[in-house]
Design a protein around this ligand. Structure first.
Ligand code: BTN
Length: 241
């Protein structure tokens, strides 16, 4: 991972370039990194706030990944980024299904996993040194940055290296038996585990108690009448411990 890293001052979205490289047969693991994105994309059709100098925005391509494995790659990616952040910044972070990373209960990292031509493109956006007042109004209460939460401002290049190094062994372990270890650690870091939640999926709302991701990466939750259900995509809107 990261044998080749392509850096750009500005791109519409690192995600789109990584998709194009995947189609052209670029080496698996190549990273596309931009200082700023003019149309950074998030999950569920949202945009990702990507001003210059303040964040780390990158995508990489992985070849030969079956589509049904993508949720597991998403979970493993969130765990790897969480480990890298903790070792570099020294503060505990939490995970929120499917692949958000929270610091002090606010979103710090977003991860986008997309199927591409014969593989996958994984994009990671990290708020490194945004000041609260610089965040757009609609995310100001829900988002944070490393600087805002800890007073630290790690170098983005170092952060990127740390993350790539943390991800590699996790991806290697994925197709094998180590998946269950990944899942166990994920659940330990899951901020909504056992919490009463409101979930949104496909325009519908569900209430229940979140029980974390299952073997396939689906979210398991218990409905008020006790029935267990699974969601393959969607969002946890609210949670209370
Ligand atoms: C989310 O909605 O939480 C996922 C956000 C993913 C943002 C990253 S930034 C680098 C890459 N390029 C994009 O356009 N999006 C992803």
């Amino acid at each position: 991972l990261g044998k080749r890293i392509l850096f750009f001052k500005e791109l519409p979205s690192t995600q789109d370039i990584a998709h194009r490289l995947l189609r052209y047969g670029e080496l698996s693991g190549t990273v596309v990194w931009a200082d700023r994105q003019s149309s950074g994309r998030g999950r569920l059709g949202r945009s990702w706030f990507s001003p210059p100098h303040r964040g780390l925005y990158f995508s990489f391509l992985l070849k030969d990944i079956p589509e049904e494995d993508l949720p597991r790659y998403g979970l493993a990616t969130a765990l790897g980024v969480a480990r890298a952040l903790e070792s570099l910044v020294g503060v505990p972070v939490h995970l929120k299904w499917p692949n958000d990373i929270l610091l002090q209960g606010r979103k710090l990292v977003g991860i986008l996993v997309e199927a591409g031509a014969g593989g996958a493109v994984i994009g990671i956006g990290i708020n490194v040194s945004h000041r609260r007042q610089e965040l757009p109004e609609e995310i100001r209460k829900k988002a944070t940055s490393i600087l805002e939460a800890t007073g630290l401002k790690p170098s983005r290049a170092r952060l990127l290296r740390h993350i790539l190094e943390a991800l590699e062994p996790l991806y290697e372990g994925l197709p094998h038996e180590r998946w269950s270890e990944i899942l166990t650690e994920w659940r330990q870091r899951d901020i909504t585990y056992g919490a009463r939640v409101i979930l949104v999926s496909g325009g519908r709302r569900h209430k229940g108690v979140a029980l974390g991701p299952d073997e396939e990466g689906f979210l398991v939750f218990k409905e008020p009448l006790g029935k267990l259900r699974r969601l393959h995509s969607g969002e946890i809107l609210l949670w209370e411990a």
